[in-house]
Design a protein around this ligand. Structure first.
Ligand code: PLP
Length: 388
């Protein structure tokens, strides 16, 4: 049997190593606290689960869904975009549902990339931008996100011969893993760049609703003319603690949405309708609910940032997202530092280079573990000595 090159090229799943290390410790009877994976520990809201119970009993929902999603689902996304961002979307032609944003992100390059084509991707980043491009036969030109530039992908770092050849450019704000946020003027700038070079701009906006301290994250579609070249990905995974239900959406330019719809209609059969009904209910969650949910994460964020600073890991406070991204002290690689934490205080963090070579020198801690475990993890971390 011979496997395709694309399978051979796949890097090991980032969290496999972490899971193995945890399992190894468990075998030794040691209980590890993991700040590794970003997966909300807080349950999906009760009202959303109630909607599933009701919708699962309706026999029309037992049949194949339409790829693009129920009209009511798309209408709820349009309403969300109008209320939240002031953006008008046509539910018929500018919105499609996704089986989680990851699915759409992985398939989107198939709409633009032919073998040998170039996608411009951030580094570090959510790995699916690069892998989706590789699956489509394309190549990624990676642009480093630098702390000195607030982790904003800078078009000035893209050589013009690459820009001329590139078909798509990926950005993601609020950003995983760095926690960086972009404002409207940044979006205007990157849109102008992409228009100049006829590049489709794909914005992963999965964390726009997980924000703190009064910060309100914009949608790229708020920019005049964005609709000419942009597609934006949104997810209920982090917004509404729904990672397990797989509900996402892509919105934006009509032709881009149509291309994704055509690709998807040949690959999957859409999101189960009862789950779309959950999505409708989640898009209607009150501002109050979102605020209280985010407050849980904010309190965790503050505690973690304090303890890291107290042990000499100089950490700043992100205003969005579910992660603390912080440079490690001199003299270690990311993996060495993560291993030292695991060995000495039985705490797991993610080495930054798991998100790309430019993540070397950083670690990521997730805010998605229950409070008692956070407290125990921080208790352990506070006893950690960098130079021991
Ligand atoms: C930046 C980013 N985009 C997309 C996703 C995937 O979201 P979903 O659960 O909707 O597939 C994640 C999940 O961690 C993410 O961090």
């Amino acid at each position: 049997m011979q496997f395709a090159e694309r399978v051979k090229q796949l890097p090991p799943y980032l969290f496999v190593g972490i899971s193995r290390a945890i399992a190894e410790k468990k075998k030794q009877g040691i209980d590890v606290i993991s700040f590794g994976i970003g997966d909300p520990d807080i349950p999906t809201p009760y009202t959303v689960i109630e909607e599933l119970k009701k919708s699962s009993e309706i026999s029309a929902n037992h049949r194949y869904p339409e790829t693009e999603g129920l009209p009511e689902y798309r209408a709820s996304v349009a309403k969300f975009y109008k209320n939240r961002f002031g953006v008008d979307l046509d539910p018929e032609s500018q919105i499609i549902n996704l089986i989680g944003a990851k699915e759409g992100i992985a398939h989107a390059p198939l709409c633009f990339i032919d073998p040998g084509d170039i996608a411009i991707c951030p580094n570090p980043a959510y790995p699916v931008y690069e892998i989706g491009t590789m699956f489509a036969g394309g190549e990624c030109h990676m642009v480093n996100l630098e702390e000195s530039k607030n982790y904003l992908l800078d078009p000035a770092d893209i050589p013009s011969d690459i820009a001329k050849k590139a078909k798509i450019l990926w950005i993601n704000y609020p950003n995983n893993p760095t926690g960086a946020c972009a404002d409207i003027s940044y979006f205007e700038n990157i849109i102008n760049f992409c228009k100049q070079y006829d590049i489709a701009l794909l914005h992963d906006a999965c964390y726009t609703e997980v924000t703190f301290d009064g910060y309100i994250a914009p949608s790229i579609l708020e920019v005049d003319g964005a609709m000419d070249i942009c597609m934006e990905f949104h997810s209920l995974s982090k917004t509404a603690n729904m990672t397990g239900w797989r509900v996402g959406t892509a919105v934006g330019n009509t032709e881009m949405i149509n291309a994704l719809m055509r690709v998807k209609s040949n690959i999957d059969s859409g999101l189960p309708q009862a789950i779309q009904q959950m999505g409708i209910s989640a898009f209607n969650l009150s501002k109050d609910w979102l605020f209280h949910n985010n407050e849980i994460y904010r309190k965790r964020r503050d505690k973690i940032v304090n303890v890291l600073n107290s042990i000499g890991v100089k950490t700043s406070t992100p205003k969005a997202g579910l992660y603390i991204w912080t440079p490690i002290p001199d003299g270690f690689t990311s993996a060495e530092f993560a291993t030292k934490l695991l060995e000495e205080v039985n705490v797991v963090v993610t080495p930054g280079n798991g998100y790309g070579s430019a993540g070397e020198g950083y670690i990521r801690l997730s805010l998605t573990i229950p409070d008692d475990q956070i407290d125990e993890g921080l208790n352990r971390l506070s006893k950690f000595r960098i130079n021991s």
